[in-house]
Each structure stands twice: as structure tokens, then as C-alpha cells.
Design a protein around this ligand. Structure first.
Ligand code: R5P
Length: 295
């Protein structure tokens, strides 16, 4: 098996190659003067092999690079092509909320399916996104890795910032052996949310808030404020995907968050937790489903 490292996921791809005992391939990726992306997978021996392409898709160029890499490995005669998209961009538009809107999550799925037989994406925003992909798809969770990171941090309670994230918080809480609950979030704009005050027993306790994405940090900052007002001793914030747009880390630290943690589905600070084990679980799952790997 070969693992091709897209330019946005070099470290993660290397860890995945190690985890899958596969050969790591580093393609040439450049930009033309007009900004268009060029890529070449310069590797003999892909013919008839299972090939995993790892590329996170935050940013349109990275998404385009993924499509080009998939085309390149397919053209070299790969047997099965598995697209590992650690962070699946455009996923928050997972339905047509208003008439006439594009269903961007499905557009991404359809374009990946042009050259990929299988898709693996970590903690998809909604599970039904996997069904938009016409081939075999898996959405492994990095919650076990986040929960393990917090082992020994003295967490007393795990919270989801909204009802939609409750399953994730419940999963983390069960692994950590602590109770869980959820807050009630309403989004007012791209970076503003409000939380309905909820009577939670957080006074004197350390609380971990777990979500799939931290983008502007508005959700976590608002939740932290509410928990501090209710007497929480410390608030830790964790998400699988740390987009950290517009100074989000500073916003969170300024809000009094004790620690901000994300995985390396998006590489950069503060990606403190490796998503490689979850990606390997997902790749094994799809290849097993395809009958290419024994359980
Ligand atoms: C929303 O549906 C997601 O699950 C996250 O809660 C959201 O993306 C976080 O965004 P922000 O950090 O900008 O509040």
C-alpha cells in the first residue's frame, strides 16, 4: 500500500503511512504564476496497488490539489484509490437551508468520487455527509484521542456546546469516566453566538467542552464565559478540527480558556493531538469493506 502526502497533510500522512505499514510518497506540488495548482506523483510502482491520498481541504487550493493528486494516482493504474480528507471543507452546508442554495458538502463528495473509490474523513460535521459519497465511506472519530489527551487533567464534566454535538461529548465523557451535558447555542452571525443559561453544577469544577470544529472561537468563548459566571474553576476546549480563523486562539485565551486543543486534521498550532490513529481505523474499515484487508 502507498500513502501519498498532500502538501496540507505531510506530517499526518507520514504518521498514517507508519500506522498502515505503507510506503510514503511525497508528490511535487507547485503553483503556476497565475496561482493555479500543479502536482505530480512521481513514483513507479503504483500500478495495481492500493493508494491512499491524504490531503486536508481547508482552502480551495488544497481542495483542488486533492483532486489533482487523485487524478494522478488513478492515471498511474492504482488498484483502489482511497481519499483521506482529514478535514472535509464545505461540510457545514450539508443541506439546502434556503431555496436556491448549493449543497456544497455533496458537491465536494461528487468531485472526490471522480477518481476515488473510497473516502475517509475524520469526525464529519454530520454523518449523512458520508452517504453523499457514492463509494465506500468512513467517518472515524478522533474523540478517543482527544479524551486520552485529557487523561490526568482532572476533568470533572464534559460539555457539548449544543445539542448537535452531544453524542461526541457523551463519547468523550464515557471514555473519561465523567458525566456529560450540553449547552444551548444559537448562532446570530458568522462569529457571534448566544448561549441560553443552563443550570449546571460546574462551581469549583474543571469542565472540558468538546466540539467538532473551532472556527472563530465564538462558540467556545461564549460557553467559557457562561461557565465561569457559574463558578467553573477551569475550562478546557477541544475540537477535532482547529480552523482558528481571525485570531481565534487569542480570543479563547483572552476569554479565560485554560487550554485549547485540536488534532492535526489541520496542521498548525495548536494541533497537539495526532489524528493518525483515527485515520488508520477509517482506512482499515473502508478497505475491509472493500474486501482488501482481512479483519
Ligand atoms: C457548528 O455547527 C460547528 O459544530 C462548530 O460549533 C462551529 O463551527 C464553531 O464555530 P465558531 O468557532 O466560529 O463558533
Amino acid at each position: 500500500m502507498f500513502v501519498v502526502a498532500g502538501s496540507a497533510s505531510r506530517k499526518l500522512a507520514a504518521d498514517v503511512a507508519t500506522g498502515l505499514d505503507a510506503t510514503l510518497v511525497t508528490p511535487d506540488v507547485r503553483s503556476f504564476p497565475d496561482g493555479e495548482v500543479y502536482s505530480r506523483v512521481h513514483e513507479d510502482g503504483l500500478e495495481g496497488e492500493d493508494v491512499v491520498v491524504v490531503q486536508t481541504t481547508l482552502g480551495n487550493d488544497r481542495y483542488m490539489e486533492l483532486l489533482l493528486l487523485l487524478d494522478a494516482v488513478r492515471a498511474q493504474g492504482a488498484n483502489r484509490v482511497c481519499a483521506v480528507v482529514p478535514y472535509y471543507s464545505y461540510s457545514r452546508q450539508d443541506q439546502r437551508f434556503l431555496t436556491g442554495e448549493a449543497l456544497s458538502a455533496r458537491v465536494v463528495a461528487k468531485t472526490i468520487a471522480v477518481d476515488a473509490d473510497a473516502l475517509v474523513t475524520v469526525d464529519p460535521h454530520k454523518d449523512h455527509i458520508l452517504e453523499m459519497f457514492p463509494g465506500t465511506a468512513a467517518g472515524p472519530s478522533a474523540v478517543p484521542e482527544l479524551a486520552a489527551y485529557f487523561a490526568g487533567a482532572g476533568v470533572d464534566l464534559v460539555l457539548a456546546p449544543d445539542k448537535g454535538a452531544r453524542d461526541r461529548a457523551q463519547h468523550a465523557a464515557s471514555l473519561m469516566g465523567v458525566p456529560f451535558d450540553h449547552l444551548e447555542k444559537t448562532r446570530l452571525s458568522g462569529d457571534k453566538v448566544v448561549m441560553k443559561t443552563k443550570d449546571l453544577d460546574v462551581a469549583g469544577r474543571t469542565v472540558a467542552i468538546i466540539d467538532d470544529i473551532i472556527s472563530t472561537g465564538g462558540t467556545m468563548a461564549t460557553a467559557t464565559k457562561q461557565l465561569q459566571d457559574q463558578g467553573a474553576t477551569a475550562v478546557l476546549c477541544a475540537a477535532t478540527h482547529g480552523l482558528f480563523t481571525g485570531g481565534a486562539v487569542k480570543r479563547l485565551l483572552d476569554a479565560g480558556v485554560k487550554q485549547v486543543v485540536a488534532t492535526d486534521t489541520i496542521e498548525g498550532t495548536p494541533s497537539l493531538v495526532s489524528a493518525a490513529p483515527s485515520v488508520c481505523r477509517g482506512v482499515r474499515q473502508v478497505l475491509e469493506l472493500e474486501g482488501h484487508l482481512k479483519a
